[in-house]
Design a protein around this ligand. Structure first.
Ligand SMILES: Cc1cc2nc3c(=O)[nH]c(=O)nc-3n(C[C@H](O)[C@H](O)[C@H](O)COP(=O)(O)O)c2cc1C
Length: 257
């Protein structure tokens, strides 16, 4: 039994060593984890820069260590360099940005599945939008990388698929990867934002980028050098979203230090 355990432990260590060998090489600058996680903000405004392919590869190489259901790693990434394709993505996003803005202007939680919107299609179509990010999407000097991240649904277990509500579980196999991309970009001095506007017209994105129809478009992530780097993000305190034992009559999660 002891010998068996030792064998298991030896194989486990070999496995760990193998993983370390495959891990990306350390880079020149490494930020403190707590600083990266507390300051990775949504960056929509960039200064001109380049993003070397090797840096982008390192960012992708770190993000691939994200978890996914059954470790099936259904993420698929298209790095969109072509300005014309970027202009098309921007055009695809525009009506959705208009309807999102119209709903925000009406005081709604936009695109909500619980409370339906009262904004009409005509009102949305008439809404003025100001999205420097999508207006500049084709500017490769300002936004050196535009990543369209899809998830191959043929490998995803969607455990909530039969519930009478919008699906959320499938997203859990892709958004940790997207978030890790943003953390990795921040660690390299770059920034970006997880955007989802183009997903509303997924078939158009699939046609534009030649994606199979079972690849769900999860995000469009621009990456560049932030014009401004926030150092303090607005977030609710832990006690506000965590309770002991139960929700309605549970006591807030308070730690006496
Ligand atoms: C699921 C998801 C979808 C998002 N979609 C968009 C989007 O379509 N467009 C956009 O500009 N930002 C989008 N964001 C970015 C959020 O607005 C941003 O993360 C949030 O406001 C916090 O910003 P901060 O980190 O700068 O405080 C999205 C974020 C998430 C997590």
């Amino acid at each position: 039994m002891v010998a068996l355990d030792q064998g298991v432990e030896r194989r486990r260590r070999q496995h760990v060593l193998l993983d370390l060998r495959q891990a990306p090489k350390p880079q020149a600058t490494v930020m403190e984890f707590s600083e990266v996680i507390r300051t990775t903000c949504a960056v929509r405004d960039f200064v001109p820069s380049t993003l070397p392919d090797a840096t982008l590869k390192r960012i992708l190489g770190q993000a691939r260590f994200a978890p996914s259901g059954g470790n099936r790693q259904g993420w698929r990434v298209v790095v969109v360099r072509d300005p014309a394709a970027r202009r098309s993505l921007s055009a695809i996003a525009r009506p959705t940005i208009q309807s999102y803005t119209a709903q925000v202007n009406a005081g709604e939680n936009p695109w909500n599945t619980i409370v339906p919107s009262r904004v009409t299609a005509a009102e949305a179509a008439a809404t003025q939008v100001n999205s420097p990010l999508f207006e500049n999407l084709d500017d490769v000097n300002l936004i050196p990388a535009v990543l369209v991240v899809a998830v191959d649904l043929s490998v995803v277990a969607s455990f909530d698929r039969d519930l009478p509500r919008v699906g959320v579980i499938s997203g859990a196999s892709i958004y940790p990867f997207v978030w890790s991309l943003l953390l990795g970009a921040r660690n390299e001095g770059y920034g970006g934002v997880l955007t989802t506007f183009v997903a509303r017209d997924e078939p158009k994105v699939q046609a534009l980028l030649n994606l199979p129809s079972h690849f769900a478009v999860a995000a469009l992530v621009p990456i560049g050098r932030p014009r401004k780097q926030l150092t303090k993000l607005t977030r609710k305190p832990v006690e506000e979203f965590t309770r002991w034992d139960r929700w309605n009559d549970g006591t807030p999660f308070k730690v006496v230090e």
